[in-house]
Every structure is written in C-alpha cells, then in structure tokens.
Design a protein around this ligand. Structure first.
Ligand code: HEC
Length: 156
C-alpha cells in the first residue's frame, strides 16, 4: 500500500515545483523583474516604449533638454532613460512601481509631475517589457551595476 503512494507523492512534488517556477516569473526571481536578455520581450517593449514613452523620454531614450532644471510651471522635464540618466539608479521593483503608479505615490500627493501613471493603460507584463527594453539599451557596465543593485535590494 505504502509503495503505491510513492509515485503520487513524487508527482505532487513535481506540480509544486512547476507552480513555484511559474509564480517566480511574475513576482521576480534572483534575476529581478526585468528581462533585458529576452529578444521577444525586448521587441515587444520597443513598440510599447515608442507608443507610450518616447514622446517625453525621447525616441533614443535621450530625455528632454535641461532635464535637471524645473520649468516655469515648477515641473521637471522628462529625464533620459539611457546611461546618462537616473533611471538605472533604481532597482527593478521601484522602476515598475514608478511606471505603474506614477510619482505621486512616492513623492507625495502635492508633487507636480508630467509623468503619467500607467496602471489603467498598460498591463504589468507590458510595463515589464517597456522597462526591459530600456535596460537592454544600457552599457554592459551600467547593467552589471544595476544587477548588483537588484540583488542588494532583495536582501533588505
Ligand atoms: C507626458 C510625458 C511622459 C511620458 C509619456 C512618460 N514619462 Fe516617465 N517621466 C516623465 C517626467 C516629467 C519624469 C520626471 C518626473 C518628475 O520628477 O517630475 C518621468 C520619470 C520617469 C521615471 C523615473 C526616472 C527616475 O530617474 O527617477 C520612470 C522610471 C519613467 N518616467 C518611466 C516611464 C515609462 C516606462 C514611460 C512609458 C510607459 C513613461 N515614463 C512615459 C514624463 C513622462
């Protein structure tokens, strides 16, 4: 009797392992949330970026001129998303949250910004694709530093 149960126990463990693997794709694993090495996701992200982000952050991720100086309306111009910008200073999860919820959630309700919240515009997978495309454009050195930052942010 006990012998017959063993194959079932084995199958159960396999199912749990498969479930755990699929969940980690959505909640981020040791590699982080973004997929800058996945050609399919990057191609999708390039389109999403072109349609939703490029008007402010630039066709080539160059941002708007004088992006560190507040304009007459008190708002900051859109920063670049390339190596010269500030984007890579944030770990995956924060980049995701900033894009999904906008800056108000982090900088306070009174903070005036042109950065939209994409919560009702893009799916989580589309946000991850757009950010994966952005990361795929960073130099090797910056990507390696960002990987280390992601790893460090997971330990906190
Ligand atoms: C209407 C203009 C506009 C569009 C469109 C836009 N952004 Fe932004 N974004 C901004 C501005 C302006 C800021 C700087 C925010 C501030 O401090 O006021 C910003 C900041 C950010 C930041 C934070 C960068 C940092 O260094 O802290 C991220 C991440 C970001 N945007 C991602 C995106 C993504 C991804 C898209 C497309 C899905 C997008 N943005 C579309 C204007 C825009």
């Amino acid at each position: 009797m006990a012998r017959k149960l063993i194959p079932f126990a084995g199958a159960g463990i396999l199912v749990i392992a498969v479930l755990a693997a699929s969940v980690s794709v959505f909640s981020g694993d040791e590699k982080g949330l973004l997929r800058p090495d996945d050609a399919r996701i990057i191609a999708q992200g390039r389109e999403i970026y072109r349609e939703n982000c490029a008007s402010c952050h630039g066709k080539n991720l160059e941002g708007q001129p004088e992006w560190k100086t507040h304009g007459p309306d008190g708002k900051l111009p859109a920063p670049p998303h390339d190596d010269s910008g500030h984007t890579w200073h944030h770990a995956d999860q924060l980049l995701f949250d900033l894009t999904k919820f906008g800056l108000k959630k982090f900088a306070g309700e009174d903070y005036k910004s042109n950065m939209p919240a994409y919560e009702t515009v893009l799916t989580d997978a589309e946000i991850i694709a757009a950010l994966s495309f952005i990361k795929s454009r960073w130099s090797e050195g910056i990507r390696a530093r960002h990987d280390r930052m992601n790893a460090a942010s997971k330990q906190n």
